[in-house]
Design a protein. Sequence first.
Length: 212
Amino acid sequence: MSPRRLRWIALGLFPLLASCNLLTPLAFIGEHKKKISAEFDKLAGKRVAILVWTDPSTLFDYPYVRFELGTYIGDKLFQEMASRKLDVDVADPRDVEDFLQRNVEAQVDPQAVGTAFNADYVVHVELYGFQIRDPDQPQFLQGVIDASVSVYDVSADPDQLRHYELMPVECRYPEGTPILMSPTNSPLVREATYRAFAEHVARKFYDYTVEL
């Protein structure tokens, strides 16, 4: 085949190759997102109380952790539901904490908390692992919160299912190497851990997407 004919064939193929190069990334890239459905999708339009339980030793070191986590979870849940045009009425965590202080037995009684605040559901978070400082290396900071999460249906009839167990939450911040402790870093790590944990708990109740 002559060089001139080869040149014309190459010129003819060039637009096709160019168009293939333009189209191929679209086929492979796509959305690259995955929809995650809510584990429990019945909170919309309901009144909800957040009940956080932790052991006495954690409360001794962090006396406000119950109130703080309840606040972070409640705020995140309200904001995310509202952004999806799903109304949810969250009982004020300050009032819940005051109630728990005056009624110690209610700390392990979702029904009592739900009834006291006229809630339809109680989101019950039980901490079984909590730290801000690394116990093996106390000069380092790494927030860890491990917890079970369940929902208690306050208004359910006695012959209906009242208690729904959801997947547990395991939260680490930072996820990799711990951070050296300092007066500045300590509150920052604690707040970031609370925020990450609150997001993990709150997103159990609405659909969301994740990057693949």
